[in-house]
Design a protein around this ligand. Structure first.
Ligand code: PLP
Length: 383
């Protein structure tokens, strides 16, 4: 199996990115969503060629990225994106904030469902929205949207809802029926759905990505999708994402985005994302096999060394949501683990109230680093 290589620890520690430069040198950093694999070859080649051309200016109106994304989405998911309904943005966060500014008024209620990617809270604040949390339900084992709660919030006047599809940090790929129902509810109550689909390329074996805009006409009328190559190919620092619609009047709203949204996007991001969508699928396939192997390795390591940790393997991406409540390490076990095990994890409480006693672990790394990290946590737990 062609598992992707990871550099040595000293080489990784020379990286300047947040993951590798935030912690002391004796810490194994497995927090922020960056991966440790070497870049996909076509992406590296596109960036090297850009450097050789000294091609470091602004992003022009650019048909190449929309075409590349449209081809990729069709081949990968059978999702027909009209390239004329794709706009670039510096990142998904800016895309969501700027779209909220166009769609809702300051102070309007906007929904999210925790536990969810922590910056959702910040994005809503930045847009001046009032955050309404309708937590995921977890009653019948497994996470799911809480439709009773959502309908109550929609009926009470929610203007927009920011969906995380698939959902970080719990690794939930929402099912087609659930998305259809969400779209129908949104249509009934006139709620915009902004679907953050940044982890879509990383849905793992056993699940399939369901693009929100494909589930129904109601979804196309209510919905805006935010996609990017930044998680799938590890390009977050290059600053490029796309806002996608499947409805003429929604596309008209997107056209009202400030021109600066295009100019603030990174040209390297556009070039790298175009290469990733056009030529990066073989690498992505290897990545998915690699992440799937790490997902299983983590399950084995936890079973053997930390059997009291709750871990439901994610359906998507490289983030594991770990329940440490049986350890007595308080509401933020990541703080205890950093101090006593020298492993950096994402603090659970940041992802919402259900994150108390939890931490998020990034397994987008080598089996050696993953094994070392779990061993260190087990040692800190006295196992
Ligand atoms: C669900 C989700 N959305 C957005 C982002 C950040 O994306 P961007 O840097 O494009 O804003 C992340 C990063 O991990 C994420 O997990």
């Amino acid at each position: 199996m062609p598992l992707l290589p990871v550099d040595s620890l000293p080489a990784l520690r020379r990286r300047h990115s947040a993951k590798w430069s935030t912690f002391d040198d004796d810490v194994l950093p497995l927090p922020v969503a960056e991966m440790d694999f070497a870049l996909a070859e076509p992406v590296a080649a596109a960036l090297t060629a850009a450097v050789q051309r000294s091609d470091t200016g602004y992003v022009p109106p650019n048909p190449e990225l929309p075409l590349a994304l449209s081809g990729f989405a069709d081949r990968r998911w059978g999702w027909r994106i009209d390239p004329g309904q794709v706009a670039v943005a510096p990142d998904v966060g800016v895309g969501v904030v700027e779209m909220l500014r166009l769609l809702v008024r300051p102070g309007d209620p906007v929904g999210i469902s925790s536990p969810v990617y922590a910056p959702f809270y910040d994005w809503l604040n930045e847009a001046g929205s009032r955050t309404v949390d309708v937590p995921l339900s977890s009653d019948r084992g497994g996470w799911r949207l809480d439709f009773e709660g959502l309908e109550a919030a929609f009926a009470a006047g929610l203007k927009a809802y920011v969906l995380c599809n698939p959902q970080n940090p719990v690794g939930l790929q929402h099912g087609r029926e659930d998305l259809e129902f969400l779209a129908e509810l949104a249509h009934r109550y006139g709620v915009y759905i902004l679907s953050d689909e940044i982890h879509a390329p990383l849905v793992l074996p056993g699940s399939s990505f369901v693009p929100f805009l494909t589930v129904s006409e109601a979804a196309r009328v209510q919905g805006f999708s935010f996609v990017s190559a930044s998680k799938g190919w590890n390009l977050a620092g290059l600053k490029c994402a796309a806002v996608v619609t499947a409805n003429g009047s929604n596309a008209d709203v997107v056209r009202r985005l400030p021109e600066a949204v295009q100019y603030r996007t990174g040209l390297f991001g556009v070039l790298a994302s175009t290469a990733a969508f056009e030529q990066g699928e073989p690498w992505l396939d290897d990545l998915i096999l690699t992440l799937d192997a790490n997902r299983s390795l983590l399950a084995t390591l936890i079973k053997e060394q930390l059997p009291d940790v709750g871990y439901e393997p994610p359906q998507a991406s490289y983030l594991a949501w770990l329940d440490f409540r049986r350890f007595g390490w308080g509401s933020d076990p990541a703080a205890h683990i950093l101090e006593h095990a020298r492993v950096g994890l994402g603090p659970g409480p940041r992802y919402g109230p259900a994150g108390e006693g939890h931490a998020r672990l990034n397994f987008g790394t080598s089996p050696e680093i993953l094994t070392d990290a779990v061993g260190r946590i087990a040692a800190a737990a006295g196992r």
